[in-house]
Design a protein around this ligand. Structure first.
Ligand code: ADP
Ligand code: MG
Length: 509
């Protein structure tokens, strides 16, 4: 059957009118890009526009969807164990410090805090594990499997908008905006609501409570450390509102660059935030939630590194801690996913759990002088083999990767000493799908690629003493995100301007 269904002019108008109004009415919105609305047309910053969304929920194999959700607890366990294993992380980071300034700076910040002693042994992770459906091209009728694109340990975005877009698609179904010809596919039982906004907010609330009472009888708050300006602000606002409305927890937004102006550390390193609008009521910060600080562009001045150190030194729970941030390096993912890697069982002692996680890895290689590295270097240098790979630096946030045929000329220009800063990953080849995307008022129809993100909340205590094992206090799967991009684009970032938010319409077989 043709999917998505063809719409008549009248059907399309009905669907779009309702989609646009519902989106704005429910905060499925972004601040407009300057290329869409010139800043001079909106000098007071009052305008918002509909977030890029798909008109239809994309078809997604039920077995893969369920696998992704079911495996999230194992991924929480894996990454919290990595973040607690400083020695192991050090061995990974050491391969990068001489060739990657950003990773080096993060590591130095960790060492600086360690020297004075960490005063908070709780850490919060609001994770997102990203996947694509993969069909093994070497098999004749392959079953769809789930392969991981990357694991995010910092600023995992779209948890707010994801809950809204699944509600939008359900609404469009309920008002008969989808033609009856598609009713065997788009039906209530097949649509999946994402509970991510509420579930991630609950994660922040759980950390907030685990922090304990204020020692100084100040009011307590969660601090969202953010970029400024932030076009994806409503995504974050949904978490803030759920934190207050569903959990009774107060939060504030602090642009990362203003950290040192509005926060101080007490003698015992309690982090105090003084709201500029109400300087007579300072708050004690229980939890610092980083929605900034993951990219070198967030640190234009040396003072920004002082700010990161200041936050890391504090007694507030960090989401994520600097070691957890480092655990999200692509290099860590590569070390785990290089064929025949022995590392997984160090962190996942249960063989069955480790096997389930292993099954979601696509092959990833280093570009160093190891055996696997040498093999990867020849794969990457030859245009024929390079076309099955993607080259990634240790960066987050989209727009940093080098794809397929662009790899050999890129490496040719790069001094070989810098090659080990990159990892080489096999391209996942998802089955062809179609959808329509509404972005900046324009409708784009055609082939699309879908990426499933599964959120995880994990709160743990670092170990102390010789054993240093620590323990997980809370861990749960926290809803999902589906991002969909045109199949002409290699990148998938919604905020970066490549993709749209979507929801799953589950199909069997
Ligand atoms: P970032 O940290 O910048 O988000 P990602 O590893 O998620 O980096 O890569 C960005 C995008 O590139 C992904 O969203 C996906 O669309 C595409 N991509 C990355 N790795 C692969 C892969 N192995 N196969 C297919 N597409 C990929
Ligand atoms: Mg990504």
């Amino acid at each position: 059957m043709e999917y998505p269904p063809e719409l008549s002019k009248e059907e399309e108008k009905y669907l779009l009118d309702n989609l646009k109004d519902w989106s704005i009415a429910h905060g499925l919105a972004v601040r407009p890009a300057p290329t869409f609305i010139q800043p001079s047309q909106d000098p007071s910053g009052v305008l918002a526009s509909t977030a890029p969304v798909t008109l239809f929920p994309s078809l997604f194999p039920r077995s893969c969807f369920e696998e992704g959700l079911a495996i999230q607890n194992a991924y929480n366990e894996l990454y919290s164990a990595i973040a607690r294993d400083e020695k192991w992380l050090q061995s990974i980071v050491e391969e990068l410090v001489d060739i990657d300034d950003f990773v080096a700076k993060l590591w130095q910040t960790h060492l600086a805090v360690k020297k004075e002693g960490y005063v908070q042994d709780l850490s919060l992770g609001l994770f997102r594990s990203d996947y694509m459906v993969h069909k093994d091209p070497s098999q004749s009728n392959p079953a769809p499997g789930l392969k991981q694109v990357e694991f995010n340990t910092i600023a995992s975005s779209f948890g707010g908008l994801s809950s809204q877009v699944s509600a939008l698609h359900k609404y469009l179904l309920n008002i008969d905006a989808y033609p009856s010809s598609s009713s065997s596919l788009i039906k209530a039982e097949a649509l999946r609501q994402s509970k991510s906004a509420s579930s991630l907010a609950k994660g922040l609330a759980v950390a907030h409570r685990a922090y304990g009472a204020s020692k100084t009888s100040r009011p307590l708050c969660v601090l969202f450390v953010v970029q400024d300006p932030e076009r994806n602000v409503f995504d974050q606002r949904h978490l803030e509102y759920a934190l207050l409305e569903e959990n009774g927890v107060r939060s504030f937004r602090l642009p990362f660059g203003e950290t040192l102006f509005h926060t101080t550390l007490d003698a015992d390193r309690t982090l105090v935030y003084t709201p500029p609008n109400s300087p007579s009521t300072p708050y004690e910060v229980t939890t610092v939630y980083f929605r900034a600080g993951y990219s070198p562009e967030d640190y234009p001045k040396e003072q920004d590194w002082t700010a990161r150190l200041h936050l890391e030194k504090s007694r507030a729970i960090k989401c994520p801690s600097i070691l957890t941030h480092l655990a999200g390096c692509k290099k860590v993912q590569q070390v785990l996913a290089t064929p025949h890697s022995p590392h997984l069982k160090r962190f996942l002692p249960d063989a069955e759990v480790a096997a389930q996680v292993l099954a979601t890895f696509a092959p990833i290689y280093p570009l160093d002088s190891s055996e696997a590295g040498k093999e990867a270097r020849s794969l990457a240098a030859d245009p024929a083999s390079a076309s099955r790979y993607v080259l990634k630096p240790q960066r987050e946030g989209g727009g940093n990767n080098i794809y397929r045929k662009a790899i050999p000329p890129f490496l040719e220009k790069l001094p070989e000493t810098h090659w080990p800063a990159y990892i080489l990953m096999e391209m996942i080849e998802p089955p062809p799908l179609k959808n329509a995307i509404l972005r900046n008022g324009e409708l784009q129809r055609g082939g699309v690629i879908c990426e499933l993100g599964v959120y995880g909340v994990c709160l743990w205590r670092d170990g102390s003493g010789a054993e240093k094992k620590g323990e997980i206090l809370e861990s749960w799967e926290a809803g999902y995100l589906l991002r969909t991009k045109g199949d002409q684009s290699e990148e998938g970032g919604v905020a970066a301007g490549f993709g749209a938010v979507d929801s799953c319409c589950l199909v069997d077989g």
